[in-house]
Design a protein around this ligand. Structure first.
Ligand code: AMP
Length: 567
C-alpha cells in the first residue's frame, strides 16, 4: 500500500483535475489483476462494491484503541495531532511502528491483502465479533511499515481519503489507463455499481460485457426547465413524447426474484416506506430496474404532493395509514431487464420494454401513459396538453426525446420539464410601459395587481408573453383608456408607482405564471413573484373576479409548507 499512499499524497497536492486523472491512471496501469479492483475502489472512499451492501462497522474508537495497542500511541500527542488535522488517518499515521520493530513478521500490505482483511472485518458476526474485528485491525496496522502508508490505510477505513477525487475522475482515469472510450467506462460504471469490476473490464477490453448489478442504484436522469408560454424553441428539430409531470417523489425500483429495492433521489433505499409498491413489484416475474414517481392516490385520481407527505420517511406504515393514504408507483422508464442494460437504448425502445414488463401489473403499479408530440407542434398544442395534465391533477409536462439514451446524473436537453410551480394568478393590469428593442413603439410591459378588498394591490411587472398581434391590439386599447389626470394623480400615490408608468383603467385581466412567491417591499401588496410571465389574456374574466391578496397569502403558505422537500 506504500505506492498507493504516495500516489494519494501527490494527488492531494495538485489542484489540477487533469493531473489527478493522469496520476491515478499511471498507478492503475501497473497493478496486477488482483490489486487492480480493490485499489480502484479505495480511490472512491468505499472499499466494497456498492452492490454488495457490505460495510466495515468499525468506529473511530476501535481504530484509536487498536492503533494504541499495536503501536503504543501517546494519548496527549494524538489529541494534539487530531485537533490540528481533523483527520484520524493523518493524526495516527505518524505513530506507526514497522512489524519487525514489534517483533512480528507480517507480509507487506498489498491492495489485495488489505481487501481480504477488510472483508473479514466487515463479515465478523456473532458473540465475539467485536473482539475479532480488533484482532483483524491489529493485523492490518502491524502490517504497515511507513507513516504515509498507515495514514492512507486508516483513511480508507474511515471512508474519506480527502484528496479531491470524485468518482467521475476515477472513471476518466480508468479510461486513460487502459486507453478506452470514457463513455464506455461511464456506461459500465452505471451498470456495475463497482468501479473495481469496471477497471478489470477496461483492462481486459470486456467493458461491453459489463451488465447490470441489481440493487446498486444508478444516478437519476434529470430534466431541464423550460418556461411556460414561450415559443418552445427547445423542441425544434427532434421527435418528442410528453409525460405528465407527477407531483410525488422520484423512485428507482430494482426487482430480483427475492429482493425489491426502491431508491430515492438521494439514492437511499426507501422500500420499507411503500409496502404496497414493493408487494406489487414482487409479484412481477424476472429481474428488472425501473424509473418512476411515487404519488399519493385516491381511487384513480393522483393527488398533489402534500397528500404524500404523511407517507414520506415512514419506516413503519400502519394498516390504517395504508388505507387512508395509498400510493402508487408510476413507472416511466426501464433501465434494465434481466441481463439487458438498457441505458444506451433510445427512449422509444425503453418504453416498449417497460410496457412488456408491466403487463399484468397490480393496481399499485401504473405504466405512465404518454403521447407522441407531432413534429413542429406549436404553442397551442403544448398549452392544450399542459392544461389537460393539470386537469388530471398533475404539475405539468415532461418532454422527452424519443431517440435519446438515459444519461445518469445529467440534467440535459433530452428531458425538458414544463410546470407552473404553484398555480397561476389572474391579475388586473394597472399600468403599462413601452418595451425595448423591437417593442419600443408598443406598450408591452405591464404592471399588474391583485384585489385587496375594494382596492388593488400591485404584485409585479412582466414583459408581455403575448403574440405581436395581441400586443398591438392591446397597445391601442391602453392608449384609449389612460386614466384621466386627476384620477391618475391619486392612483400614482395609492399604487406606489413611478411617473414613467402610464396608468390605465383597471379593466384588463391577464393570467400570470411564476416560479415562486416572495415577501417584498417593492410592491404595495407586500409580495413579489419570481419570473412572472404573462400566459394569456383573460377577456372572459371581469376585474371583479381577479385573484385576491388572500389567495396570494394562501399560495405563499402552501409554498412554505413544501419547502425543503425534494421531489
Ligand atoms: P423538479 O422537481 O421540478 O426539478 O422536477 C424534476 C422531478 O420531476 C423529477 O426528479 C421527478 O421526481 C419528477 N417527475 C414527475 N413526473 C416525471 C416524469 N414523467 N418524468 C420525469 N420526471 C418526472
Amino acid at each position: 500500500m506504500i505506492v498507493f499512499a504516495r500516489t494519494c499524497a501527490v494527488i492531494a497536492a495538485t489542484a489540477s483535475k487533469l493531473e489527478k486523472i493522469s496520476l491515478v491512471a499511471t498507478y492503475l496501469r501497473d497493478l496486477t489483476n488482483g490489486d487492480l479492483a480493490p485499489a480502484t475502489r479505495y480511490f472512491t472512499g468505499n472499499p466494497f462494491p456498492q452492490a454488495q451492501d457490505r460495510s466495515l462497522a468499525v468506529g473511530g474508537r476501535t481504530i484509536v484503541d487498536t492503533a494504541a495497542m499495536t503501536w503504543g500511541v501517546d494519548d496527549a500527542a494524538l489529541g494534539i495531532a487530531y485537533r490540528s488535522t481533523g483527520d484520524l488517518g493523518a493524526a495516527l499515521g505518524p505513530f506507526v511502528r514497522p512489524s519487525h520493530d514489534l517483533g512480528l513478521f507480517r507480509d507487506p500490505l498489498t491492495p489485495a491483502r488489505l481487501y481480504a482483511l477488510l472483508v473479514e472485518v466487515a463479515d465478523a458476526a456473532g458473540k465475539n465479533a467485536q473482539k475479532r474485528r480488533r484482532i483483524l485491525c491489529e493485523r492490518i496496522f502491524s502490517s504497515c511499515t511507513d507513516p504515509l502508508e498507515a495514514t492512507y490505510v486508516i483513511k480508507i477505513m474511515t471512508g474519506d481519503l480527502r484528496i479531491g477525487l470524485r468518482e467521475g475522475l476515477v472513471v476518466d482515469a480508468i479510461a486513460q489507463a487502459f486507453e478506452r472510450d470514457p463513455r464506455a467506462v461511464r456506461r459500465a460504471a452505471s451498470a456495475a455499481g463497482d468501479l473495481g469490476a469496471v477497471a478489470l473490464a477496461a483492462k481486459h477490453d470486456t467493458l461491453d460485457q459489463v451488465t447490470i448489478a441489481y440493487h446498486a442504484p444508478i444516478a437519476f436522469m434529470l430534466a431541464s426547465p423550460i418556461a411556460y408560454g414561450s415559443e418552445y424553441k427547445d423542441l425544434a428539430g427532434a421527435t418528442w413524447l410528453t409525460d405528465d409531470k407527477y407531483d410525488g417523489v422520484r423512485a428507482q425500483a430494482h426487482v430480483t426474484p427475492n429482493r425489491v429495492s426502491l431508491f430515492s433521489r438521494t439514492l437511499n433505499d426507501v422500500a420499507t416506506s411503500y409496502p404496497e409498491v414493493v408487494e406489487a413489484l414482487r409479484r412481477l416475474p424476472g429481474s428488472f430496474a425501473l424509473d418512476g414517481e411515487i404519488a399519493a392516490v385516491r381511487g384513480d385520481q393522483i393527488l398533489p404532493f402534500r397528500f404524500l407527505q404523511a407517507r414520506l420517511q415512514r419506516k413503519d406504515v400502519s394498516v390504517d395509514l395504508l388505507r387512508e393514504m395509498p400510493v402508487r408507483y408510476i413507472a416511466f422508464d426501464a433501465l434494465a431487464a434481466e441481463d439487458d442494460f438498457l441505458l444506451d437504448h433510445p427512449l422509444a425502445e425503453r418504453r416498449a420494454r417497460l410496457a412488456e414488463l408491466l403487463a399484468n401489473a397490480g393496481e399499485s403499479l401504473l405504466l405512465a401513459p404518454w403521447t407522441a408530440l407531432e413534429v413542429g407542434a406549436g404553442p397551442e398544442v403544448v398549452h392544450e396538453r399542459f392544461e389537460a395534465a393539470r386537469a388530471r391533477g398533475n404539475e405539468g409536462l415532461v418532454f422527452k426525446r424519443t431517440e435519446a439514451p438515459y444519461t445518469p446524473g445529467r440534467r440535459g436537453k433530452a428531458w425538458l420539464k414544463l410546470k407552473r410551480e404553484l398555480a397561476t394568478l389572474d391579475c388586473v393590469v394597472v399600468a403599462v410601459e413601452r418595451g425595448h428593442g423591437r417593442r419600443v413603439n408598443v406598450l408591452s410591459d405591464y404592471t399588474f395587481a391583485v384585489r385587496d378588498g375594494s382596492q388593488l394591490a400591485v404584485i409585479g411587472k412582466a414583459y408581455s408573453g403575448l403574440s405581436n398581434v395581441e400586443i398591438a391590439e392591446m397597445t391601442q386599447w391602453f392608449e384609449q383608456h389612460r386614466l384621466p389626470p386627476p384620477q391618475a394623480e391619486t392612483a400614482y400615490a395609492r399604487l406606489n408607482l413611478k411617473r414613467h408608468e402610464i396608468l390605465v383603467e383597471p379593466n384588463v385581466v391577464v393570467e400570470i405564471a411564476f416560479d415562486i412567491i416572495q415577501k417584498s417591499k417593492l410592491h404595495a401588496s407586500g409580495f413579489a413573484l419570481r419570473f412572472p410571465r404573462i400566459v394569456r389574456l383573460r377577456p372572459d374574466k371581469p376585474p371583479a373576479e381577479a385573484d385576491t391578496l388572500e389567495r396570494v397569502y394562501e399560495l405563499y403558505a402552501a409554498m412554505l409548507a413544501r419547502e425543503g422537500i425534494d421531489s
